[in-house]
Design a protein around this ligand. Structure first.
Ligand SMILES: Cc1cc2nc3c(=O)[nH]c(=O)nc-3n(C[C@H](O)[C@H](O)[C@H](O)COP(=O)(O)O)c2cc1C
Length: 425
């Protein structure tokens, strides 16, 4: 007999380190670009996370927080290193833990995926620039990292995790997906190194493994440590699904509490819609939760709970991802990004029996522009929620995108000034 959605979705989950998450619904990381002028969380971010916590999700993952001030995925993002004051983070943590939600900070280094307008000096495993037809000039030309720089990045991830714990967060999620630095190390297309950080998959995964070890050496055993990993980069010759399985086997040997599966990068933005390479089956589950098939393969190998994110809109889809399919076990948690931007209390609504949320889909010919418009429209909702307003799904995408570009240009200038004037560690 199959369980009803209420029972499966709202069952608590005990993580390997002992932390209990009250249900199986996580708010996936979404970069907000809502930090204050010092790149700290302020009143808007507190309000936004309080709304999500009150909306019923068991676990909230923050948008990516940068571990290095001079390497940011976008302007007006949150930065946490030893030079930042901790009180704003304490206040943020408290807001995001309302209603018994667990709050984890996603921590990230972008590597080569930085805009030349914000960080012209980019570092990466190898000097391979981002190649997106027509847009390559927007990205910085990276240079290969030295051994010392690799050691520094490892220390930075550990510093930020230790600070997150001190501020009261329940855990951190190391971002090793979507083409950012750790994902660049994992992919043979971007990692051409011939030293112990490149070559075999074991070498390419070394930085990730070292980061988890360095974090664990600095935090309490009950503090959550998770990893967001691509099930595939969806690029020929890149990080593929069998590599993801092998990395999860490596992570099995470490105290990792949760692995979240996503996919894609800026060059192949699978995280914003079903990748062309993933065949559709007729079921809503396969159409909506497009990484769930991969996720089931990983669940079979993983020693820790697995979460899948991407495309989930309906309660029935979320429930089906948790359920077994034949002899293939389901995932332990589902991650929701855009659905919670348009309906922050969707978990409460699901518990009350409601089904789905309407998330606008942008299908422009230019995939890169569609991706940017999707992000801009979603971020508009985040700002509205942070200002205490309701979401506005009917906003006109071209207008929202144009305004977003102007806003980002202004924030980029502000960030560059801040970077020049800030005290160094
Ligand atoms: C505006 C926006 C910002 C995002 N920022 C992040 C991020 O900071 N870190 C991350 O891992 N994923 C990020 N993502 C990807 C989401 O976590 C998620 O994988 C993706 O949106 C697909 O899930 P969904 O269909 O439920 O939205 C972002 C997505 C959007 C729309």
């Amino acid at each position: 007999m199959t369980a009803t959605p209420e029972i499966l979705l709202f069952q608590p989950l005990r993580l390997p380190g002992g932390q209990i998450v009250k249900n199986r619904i996580a708010k996936a990381a979404m970069e907000e670009n809502m930090a204050d002028t010092s790149h700290l969380p302020g009143a808007e971010l507190r309000q936004l996370y309080r709304r999500w916590a009150e909306g019923g999700a068991g676990l909230l993952l923050t948008g990516n927080v940068m571990v290095a001030p001079d390497a940011v995925t976008g302007p007006a993002g949150v930065i946490l290193d030893m030079t930042q004051p901790l009180q704003p983070f304490r206040d943020w943590a408290q807001a995001g833990q309302a209603n018994g939600a667990r709050l984890w900070m996603q921590i990230n280094h972008p590597g080569r995926q930085v805009y030349a307008a914000t960080n012209p000096q980019a570092i990466a495993p190898s000097a391979v620039p981002v190649a997106i037809e027509g847009y390559a000039h927007l990205f910085a030309q990276p240079r290969a990292m030295s051994d010392t720089e690799i050691a520094e990045v490892i220390r930075r991830f550990a510093d930020t995790a230790a600070l997150a714990e001190e501020a009261g967060f329940d855990g951190v999620q190391v971002h090793a997906a979507h083409g950012y630095l750790l994902s660049q190390f994992l992919s043979p297309l971007t990692n051409r190194r011939a030293d112990r950080w490149g070559g075999s998959l074991e070498n390419r995964a070394r930085i990730l493994i070292e980061i988890i070890r360095a974090i664990r050496a600095r935090v309490a055993p009950g503090f959550g440590v998770g990893v967001k990993l691509n099930s595939s980069d969806f690029q020929k010759g890149g990080f593929e699904s069998q590599d993801a399985v092998a990395v999860v086997r490596m992570l099995n040997k470490l105290p990792v509490d949760l692995v979240e599966l996503s996919g894609g990068s800026y060059e192949s933005p699978a995280m914003h819609g079903r990748p062309q390479q993933v065949r559709t089956r007729q079921s809503t589950l396969a159409r909506e939760a497009y990484f769930v098939d991969f996720a089931r393969d990983i669940v079979a190998e993983a020693g820790m709970p697995v979460m899948v994110t991407g495309g989930i809109r309906h309660r029935a889809t979320a429930h089906a991802a948790l359920e077994s399919e034949g002899d293939r076990a389901g995932v332990a948690m589902v991650g929701l990004g855009q659905a919670l931007a348009y309906s922050p209390d969707l978990p409460n609504r699901w518990q009350a029996g409601e089904s789905a949320v309407d998330v606008p889909v942008i299908h422009w010919k230019n995939r890169a522009l569609s991706g940017l418009a999707t992000m801009a429209l979603t971020k508009l909702q985040l700002r509205r929620l942070g200002a205490g307003r309701s979401p506005r799904p009917q906003a006109w995408a071209p207008w929202v995108l144009a305004r977003d570009r102007l806003r980002m240009a202004r924030r980029s200038r502000r960030y560059r000034n801040w970077l020049q004037q800030r005290p160094t560690a």
